[in-house]
Design a protein around this ligand. Structure first.
Ligand code: FAD
Length: 443
């Protein structure tokens, strides 16, 4: 079988757009995706016969156009494949979850379009059962067509919270409240700028707010979730409102969200060595779905141009969408300006996988010399668990920088490192593959 020209990892908007573009150049393109369907985070498909979650008309139109073009391009797809990394010989390593086998693939170029992960700030009690990410609840709704059951509280920062709240309301179980650290109503200039600059986003946001109002969902702005406790009746959220008063809200589940960031954990920088490697979409810069499509298209053109030997112009849309994202950040900037990790009690869990807390990090960092991110990982097991730092490396690095301003500020990358496997893989799959004597598997 012909060698793969372009291997695209991730069938979200960026990966799909990159595949369509590279396919137009007559190249052999293969898309690898861990799920069984394309769509990524925003266009996650319902499983079996579950009803589809309502999405804004403009987003539905974008999905329809992209999905139709992807289907028409007849790109080869390998679903149920988890990308694990690129080894030093340039082989792409993956786990085929359909068979449990470890596979190695060789391609002339690779587009990594792995999307974003949610940022979550630690709060005392966030490790309790019943606490998840708001995006996780949204994915569940998209897959099942049902709102999460019981009393649900959403808390954190950013526009995703109101989107999830509105989708829950439309599915018949509005959240008991939305606790938002920012206060977009106070950022008048940014609101006007968004309406003028990206009218569609403003319209989408008003649609969500209208849905919340219709269902009388309280959107508490300038408020923060201080801690989460549990009693016989479920979870108790301790919330500080914009007036500084402490209020308690009962819930069965709490969805946390503090923004999104690129999912580039463990990845070597693009073009570090071996085949041409390009990062695309939220995996390169988390700017939202429209930008992911534009960036994916650019990545597809870039690899096609490199392999076919022609030149291409970078699309200009990204600059505009980057500006829109910057306006959104200003609009949702947290009202409280104190360091969000500085006042955490010592027993607050920082790394949920390994159950490591703030006090343990302080003890590690308190020595005369201080420790590097890598040392904190190896001595303290921070970012060592199954999420491999996706939820704790940023927070651990930020707290280390706060605790030791006398030392160079560590980055999340110092804890997570750049090495494969980027995701846990069963030892049995590795052993059966004879990895180390990497072999190409024709697909
Ligand atoms: C939880 C969450 C909820 C969001 N909700 C909204 C929303 O409501 N509205 C909105 O406008 N934007 C939302 N966004 C942002 C929006 O989804 C993204 O901007 C857009 O989907 C980015 O497209 P992408 O292709 O870059 O990444 P994604 O859409 O995330 O696609 C990445 C793909 O890569 C696959 N992948 C990841 N790792 C591996 C691996 N190791 N092996 C194989 N495959 C892998 C994933 O399964 C996924 O299909 C959300 C983002 C997140 C993280």
């Amino acid at each position: 079988m012909a060698e793969i020209d372009v291997l695209i990892v991730g069938a979200g908007p960026a990966g799909m757009a990159a595949a369509i573009e590279a396919g137009k150049a007559g190249l052999r393109v293969v898309v690898l995706e861990q799920h069984q369907t394309p769509g990524g985070a925003i266009f996650r498909q319902a499983i079996a016969d579950a009803p589809a979650v309502r999405i804004p008309p403009r987003v539905a139109a974008i999905r329809h156009e992209l999905s139709a073009a992807f289907a028409a391009s007849r790109i080869e797809t390998r679903y149920g494949h988890v990308f694990l990394g690129i080894d030093s010989d340039g082989f792409v390593l993956a786990e085929d979850r359909n068979t449990g086998a470890f596979v190695t693939l060789k391609a002339k170029s690779i587009v990594l379009a792995l999307g974003a992960v949610e940022k979550i700030l630690p709060r005392p009690g966030w490790e309790r059962a019943g606490v998840s990410t708001a995006g996780g609840l949204q994915v569940m709704m998209k897959e099942t067509g049902r709102a999460p059951a019981g009393r649900v509280l959403l808390a954190g920062n950013g526009p995703l919270l109101v989107a999830v709240a509105a989708q829950m309301a439309a599915l018949g179980n509005p959240p008991v409240a939305v606790i938002e650290a920012g206060d977009p109503f106070r950022r008048f200039a940014a609101g006007v700028a968004l309406a003028a600059f990206h009218q569609h986003l403003a319209v989408e946001a008003f649609g969500y707010l209208r849905e919340l109002r219709r269902h009388r969902v309280e959107w508490q702005r300038g408020a923060t979730l201080q801690r989460i406790e549990r009693d016989g009746e479920g979870l108790i959220a301790c919330v500080r409102n914009s007036a500084g008063e402490i209020k308690f809200i009962r819930a069965d589940r709490i969805g946390l969200h503090d923004g999104i960031r690129s999912n580039e954990f463990g990845l070597a920088p693009a073009n570090a060595r071996g085949p041409l490697v390009v990062h695309a979409g939220d995996c390169r810069e988390a700017l939202g779905a429209e930008a992911a499509i534009a960036d994916g298209r650019a990545a597809g053109m870039r690899v096609a141009a490199a392999l076919r030997g022609f030149t291409h112009a970078e699309p200009r849309e990204l600059t505009r969408l980057r500006q829109a994202e910057a306006i959104l950040s200003r609009l949702f900037a947290p009202v409280e300006t104190a360091h969000p990790l500085a006042a955490l009690p010592d027993d607050t869990v920082l790394c949920r996988c390994e159950n490591r807390n703030v006090g343990e990090l302080k003890a590690l960092c308190g020595g005369a010399d201080g420790l590097t991110g890598r040392e904190v990982k190896h001595h303290g097991r921070f970012a060592m668990g199954s999420c491999q730092g996706r939820f704790c490396a940023d927070n651990t690095a930020a707290l280390m920088a706060h605790l030791r301003p006398d030392l160079p500020a560590p980055q999340a990358r110092d804890l997570t490192g750049t090495r494969w496997p980027i995701r846990p893989v069963p030892i049995a799959a590795l052993a059966a593959s004879g990895v180390g004597q990497a072999k190409e598997q024709e697909i």
